[in-house]
Write a protein that binds this ligand. Structure first.
Ligand code: PEP
Ligand code: MN
Length: 347
């Protein structure tokens, strides 16, 4: 249930209304929007409580919400969530690009890629230290040492960093080294991991499970939000369909659909979404046109020899730099801003 307050309601009155509600063994969530202030109620709110609230001064409307996720829904939080990390704002009018290799391989590799990512105008360095591989004999990532290498490269080149965390036990160490923690598609419903991420404040990029519905996806985000961490962004990274030409089918509709259902920022991953280098540029642009708040794109200086199989979907540095130049032109048409630094990078 949500309680929509009238425009001129005072802070004092809001506090009184919240007190009224909390007498009924439910919890409340206050959202002060630009246009309206909303109190969300979580728990079993009786029809009698709804009737009672309708009578109170300062209450404009009481609406029943049937969705199972609450904190993730736009009903509870009408304004967009904007996650601020350093000078970067994710979810507002800034287009945010996260670029880098699938996996951190060596200090030299991540340092050089970080330099190229920065020179192209992207704001965040991506790279996995722990890799969720389909087969147990494939390269599993360099581990904690990779976190250190990435943090050093990010710091040296003035980039934020994002890395994947696979288990609750590693959340604290990943949070110590990285600015954003990524939950991979295979872990979208790893509820213990989600619960643990709810106990910290570090921003989380939650990837959509490759066969999950929007409802399941938003319920997964709800686990993190319900734990007390409001800094969640959603990532569409493609879903499994009958098509085999592409690695996954990037569901572009998910971008505006999730933004309608939720206030959380939506990031698109055209690399895993297509699995093909030549499709990354057009699908990046299509994602921005569809309203994405940002992109996460794989780029490698030597994709043919990358340690995961994701070289085939990694852009070469000059392709990445050209994409950033194009995004600078495209972003304003889509209501966003992006500064490519106007430097073409050659490796
Ligand atoms: C990745 O970002 O390298 C990755 C493994 O992504 P996903 O979980 O979407 O497959
Ligand atoms: Mn990858």
């Amino acid at each position: 249930m949500i309680v929509i307050l009238s425009n001129k309601v005072t802070e004092e009155r809001i506090a009184e209304i919240i007190q009224h509600i909390e007498k009924h063994e439910v919890t409340t969530h206050l959202s002060r929007g630009v246009d309206r202030t909303v109190i969300g109620i979580i728990g079993k709110a009786s029809p009698m409580l709804a009737e009672h609230l309708r009578q109170l001064t300062g209450v404009e409307q009481v609406v029943k919400i049937s969705k199972s996720y609450k904190l993730a829904s736009r009903d509870f939080h009408p304004d967009n969530t904007v996650i601020k990390i350093g000078g970067v704002e994710i979810g507002g009018d800034q287009l945010v690009v996260m670029g880098g290799p699938c996996a951190v391989e060596s200090p030299e590799q991540i340092d050089e890629i970080a330099r190229l990512v920065k020179a192209s105008g992207a704001q965040v360095l991506r790279g996995g230290a722990f890799k969720p591989r389909t087969g147990p004999y494939s390269f599993q990532g360099v581990g904690v040492e990779g976190l250190v290498m990435m943090a050093e490269a990010g710091q040296k080149h003035g980039l934020l960093t994002i890395t994947e965390v696979m288990t609750p036990e590693y959340v604290d160490v990943c949070a110590e080294y990285a600015d954003i923690l990524q939950v991979g598609t295979r872990n979208m419903q790893n509820f213990d991991l989600l619960r643990k991420l709810g106990t910290i404040q570090k921003p989380v990029l939650l990837k959509r499970g490759f066969s999950s519905t929007y409802d399941e996806f938003l319920n997964a985000a709800e686990y993190i939000l319900a734990g007390g961490n409001p800094n969640v962004m959603l990532c569409e990274r493609g879903i499994r369909t009958f098509e085999t030409y592409t690695r996954n089918t990037l569901d572009l509709s998910a971008i505006p659909a999730l933004q309608t259902l939720s206030h959380l920022p939506v990031i698109s991953d055209p690399s895993h979404g297509t699995g093909r280098r030549e499709l990354v540029e057009p699908m990046s642009k299509a994602s921005v046109a569809a309203g994405a708040n940002g992109l996460i794109v794989e780029m490698h200086t030597d994709p043919d020899n990358s340690m995961t199989g994701d070289g085939v979907q990694s852009l070469f540095p000059e392709q990445f730099a050209q994409l950033m130049l194009d995004l600078e032109k495209l972003a304003p048409i889509c209501g966003k801003r992006f500064d490519s630094k106007k430097e073409l990078v050659c490796s």
